[in-house]
Design a protein around this ligand. Structure first.
Ligand SMILES: Cc1cc2nc3c(=O)[nH]c(=O)nc-3n(C[C@H](O)[C@H](O)[C@H](O)COP(=O)(O)OP(=O)(O)OC[C@H]3O[C@@H](n4cnc5c(N)ncnc54)[C@H](O)[C@@H]3O)c2cc1C
Length: 374
């Protein structure tokens, strides 16, 4: 009889795993999503480095409509308005795998469209799980039930399902910062080089602008603010930073705000056939733009392990993931610190060192290639 899997959460991680299971395995699976439907209107951008593009290519990403994606060639660092240096992103590319930017909703649509409609169950949240003779019994808040061999939890940073399973509150850290996001038409913003990602480092903040398709740029700002304040207060802080950088035009757009959280430590379940995936396993600060790529990587790793005939699937998965989390979280935390330096002496030193390191092969191999190429 086919083994059965329940995936909780239809985000990037859950949908990627679903695609692998449907395309290449003998498992029966259902994706349970708390939302009424998948949000395909959301216009914000996402960066995918080639570590995730190589995985997505295995499920048809090569055929993705080229007008809906962009392949930036360079990451340009600015210190306020002064250019510091360029990072050549094409050095990590191959013919088939290129650093890619796109709308998150385009990626979700791509992943969803490849799955059969009948594997989705919407408006579903787990209320209770029971573990009996290696089977997991699920009870949902609407009274529905299911019994599965494996439970994969990919319900994002706050993972309420994890809290129910492990019977303790999931610990996540507020990073004393918030993100502000909007998109802007290229026609309204002709000063930018269309081929590039621009990263502007300022005291207590950094701003990132990049094309997400043929017509639009994505704008994201990460601003330090120890208190988790209201959108109005965050709007004021953002306005100051935009004015200082002559980017006032962005303030005319509709801007959304998010507090930034990251995980305390990676999660392993007390039950051997329950796995955490994507942000539910570990949430990174967004200063390496690797959250989505890591969700995709974790789905790929878990799929390969599920295919193996092994009794310690969970230990193997956890050990692999832990190693990747250590590599990426160290770099994300380092960037979080250096991008936001305030003291002018340290800023000058940072810019000087960055200009040297960006052309140093050893640094590029150790700091970036280990992330972009496994
Ligand atoms: C400001 C910001 C900018 C970012 N920029 C980038 C970037 O440029 N590049 C990048 O790679 N990453 C980026 N990330 C990170 C990236 O968005 C996340 O890491 C990624 O979306 C995580 O995917 P996921 O599938 O684990 O979780 P999610 O995408 O959060 O999906 C979770 C899903 O589970 C559902 N769900 C929630 N609770 C339940 C429940 N109890 N039961 C059932 N379903 C549930 C949700 O509705 C959702 O559909 C950014 C993050 C932030 C905050």
């Amino acid at each position: 009889m086919k083994k059965k899997i329940a995936i909780i959460g239809a985000g990037i991680a859950g949908l990627t795993l679903g695609n692998f299971l449907q395309k290449k395995s003998n498992y029966e699976f259902i994706i349970y999503e708390k939302g009424e439907t998948l949000n395909l209107d959301e216009g914000f951008g996402i960066q995918l480095a080639i570590n995730s593009i190589s995985i997505l290519n295995q499920i048809g990403f090569k055929e993705f409509n080229k007008s809906e994606i962009f392949n930036p060639k360079t990451l340009v660092f600015f210190s306020k308005q002064d250019k510091v240096c360029d990072l050549d992103l094409t050095q990590f590319n191959t013919q088939a795998e290129k650093y890619t930017t796109l709308k998150r909703s385009s990626l979700i649509k791509f992943l969803k469209d490849k799955l059969f409609n009948n594997i989705f169950r919407f408006n579903k949240m787990i209320e209770l799980i029971e573990y009996k003779e290696n089977k997991i019994q699920l009870k949902f808040t609407d009274g529905g039930t299911d019994e599965v061999d494996y439970l994969i939890v990919s319900d994002g940073v706050f993972s309420t399902t994890k809290t129910i399973i492990e019977n303790k509150k999931t610990k996540i850290n507020f990073r004393g910062a918030f993100a502000a996001r909007t998109t802007i038409s290229k026609n309204n913003f002709k000063t930018l080089n269309e081929e590039n990602i621009s990263l502007i480092m300022c005291p207590n903040a950094h701003l990132v602008l990049y094309p997400i398709n043929e017509e639009e740029y994505n704008f994201i700002a990460i601003l330090r603010n120890k208190a988790n304040t209201s959108d109005d207060k965050n709007r004021e802080l953002l306005k100051n930073v935009l004015e200082q950088n002559n980017l006032n035009i962005l303030f005319e757009k509709k801007i959304s705000f998010w507090p930034i959280y990251s995980s305390n430590k990676p999660t392993i379940s007390k039950y051997k056939n329950i796995f955490y995936l994507g942000d539910a396993f570990y949430t990174f600060p967004p200063t390496m733009a690797q959250g989505a790529s890591q969700s995709i990587e974790s789905a790929d790793e878990l799929f390969k392990i599920l295919e193996k005939d092994s009794d310690n699937k969970q230990d193997i998965y956890f050990a692999n993931r832990l190693e990747r989390v250590k590599i990426i979280s160290r770099r994300s935390n380092f960037n979080f610190f250096v991008f936001h330096l305030c003291n002018s002496f340290f800023v000058i030193a940072r810019n000087f060192i960055l200009r040297k390191l960006i052309y140093n092969n050893k640094f590029i191999d150790t700091f970036l290639r280990r992330v972009f190429r496994k």
